[in-house]
Design a protein around this ligand. Structure first.
Ligand code: HEM
Length: 470
């Protein structure tokens, strides 16, 4: 008997219920391959059913737009966010409805252009400082290096904490917290969490440690007033509609949300970019040429963002192939419809930028790394949601401008001086968990560029500035 259920009874096509358990079971071990298989096999919208639970898979930009934008009121974040809410409380990532709207309104000024300029200067300074610690031929795990740099940047821009002394503690606590998602999500999650297990004790201790640290930083910031970082902005934020200020608990939730959402994703995007550049030397050459031509050996600055279009295209193309947030999920809060099909309340909606970004209808020869795809005239021809690494609609990533600025500043500062090469024998493999990490990191050797930038003294000086300030 065929395992394919064609679109009948108002349902989109997909495997019959007795064949649905397989991809859903496989998903526990591999979060991309089974999703890709369903999307490629059944088309733009597919459905798997397990008991009363319906899973809808969307693989067309119009359907993704329908879910994230046109009908967003019929959906909330999916069940994974139940776990994030344990950690992040009512922070922007997991809050819903009016509360989300108000928090978003209050946080938006922290990402205004003027603030971005200041963050951009910090990003460039920290990137120069980081690259100047490397020596020619040094072997590094680029994933760990980018994580350390992104952590330091977010530590400084968020908490005004020098070179991540505090930020590192938060990072370590999160390493005990985040891997618990598998156990805490699902029907037995709450029961598991109540058991007197070592893993639970470690989780609770790490959460307490985070709280102590964050509340201390908040109290210190309250005393010192506006020091130009994100935490100051959160403390100053006021909702103009009802003069509401955030409580300390709300500031804690938002600060931790920004910290969590703001470092790993960018670090991963940068890691994959270095990998891709090392495998495409003609692209790397053009990238280096742009840096040398525009920067003339001086360190990058926020004003260079607009002058480095190719670098931006390289970063975009890297996020097309390796979107750090490779799955975006929703849950229907009411009976609704997508693509003309009925979607019952409680259905889980799965969108996968990793798969849609590799759809040959929108990106011919999709596996090829080609930053030329990002020429404005080509972008205009594609549907908006053929590329959605930052999501879309009212829940679009609030840190998107921050991520572009950081991506370009870090690529420029490091690419100006170093050409990283993959270490022979290092097998590059995906490890799709919360984000799209490379399994076993990214072992690379950093080689000093042959045409070392003229006026490198300036850059060394910028590195000195960081050291002076820490
Ligand atoms: C390359 C880097 C980044 C990527 C790929 C990324 C991706 C995303 C995506 C896909 C979403 C939407 C999730 C959904 O709709 O379910 C999101 C939301 C969010 N991101 Fe980012 N992000 C990045 C960097 C950042 C940075 C740097 C920050 C903060 C400094 C940040 C803070 C947030 C927050 C607070 C939300 C929740 C927004 C809301 O629901 O209103 N992200 N991000």
């Amino acid at each position: 008997m065929s395992q394919i259920r064609h679109g009948v009874n108002g349902h989109p096509p997909g495997p019959h219920w007795w064949a649905s358990w397989r991809p859903l079971w496989q998903w526990r071990h591999d979060r991309i391959a089974p999703v890709a298989r369903i999307m490629r096999e059944y088309g733009d919208i597919a459905m798997c059913q397990m008991g009363r639970l319906h899973f809808y898979f969307l693989n067309h930009p119009d359907l993704i737009q329908e879910c994230l934008v046109t009908r967003h009121r019929s959906f909330k974040k999916d069940r994974y966010y139940d776990f994030l809410r344990i950690v992040l409380g009512d922070g922007l990532l997991g809050s819903e409805g009016d509360q989300h709207l108000r928090q978003r309104r209050m946080m938006q000024p922290a990402f205004h252009r003027q603030r971005m300029q200041a963050y951009g200067e910090t990003m460039a300074r920290y990137a120069v400082h980081h690259r100047d610690k490397w020596t020619d031929g040094k072997q590094v795990d680029m994933a760990a290096e980018m994580m350390e740099l992104a952590l330091a940047i977010v530590g400084k821009t968020l908490f005004n904490s020098h070179l991540g002394a505090e930020a590192r503690k938060v990072g370590q606590a999160l390493e005990h917290i985040l891997p618990m998602d598998d156990r805490y999500v699902g029907p037995f999650g709450e029961f598991y969490r109540s058991l007197p297990l070592r893993a639970n004790r470690r989780f609770n201790a790490a959460l307490r440690q985070l709280d102590e640290l964050l509340f201390r930083l908040i109290r210190e910031h309250k005393k010192s007033g506006d020091v130009g970082d994100l935490l100051s902005m959160l403390l100053l934020a006021q909702d103009e509609e009802d003069n509401h200020h955030m409580t300390e608990k709300q500031v804690r939730d938002e600060a931790l949300t920004l910290f969590l959402a703001g470092h790993e994703t960018t670090a991963i995007a940068l890691t994959w970019t270095w990998y891709l550049l090392s495998q495409h030397l003609e692209v790397e050459e053009r990238f280096q040429h742009e840096l040398d031509h525009v920067l003339q050996g001086r360190p990058p600055a926020p004003a260079d963002l607009a002058k480095l279009p190719y670098t931006r295209c390289v970063f975009a193309e890297s996020m097309r192939l390796y979107p750090p947030a490779y799955i975006i999920g929703r849950e229907a809060t009411e009976d609704t419809a997508l693509g003309g099909y009925r979607v019952p309340r409680g259905s889980q909606i799965i969108m996968c930028p990793y798969v849609t970004h590799r759809d040959p209808r929108f990106f011919p020869d999709p596996e090829r790394f080609d930053p030329e795809r990002w020429r404005p005239e080509l972008v205009e021809q594609r549907p908006k949601f053929s590329f959605f690494p930052f999501g879309g609609g009212n829940r679009v990533c609030i840190g998107e401008p921050f991520a572009w600025m950081e991506g370009v500043m870090v690529l420029a500062a490091i690419g100006q001086k170093w050409a990283p090469r993959l270490m022979p024998g290092h097998a590059v493999e995906l490890d799709p968990r919360v984000t799209l990490r490379p399994r076993r990191g990214m072992r690379m050797t950093v080689h000093r560029r042959e045409t070392s930038p003229a006026g490198h003294g300036d850059a060394a000086q910028a590195g000195q500035i960081v050291q002076d300030k820490v």
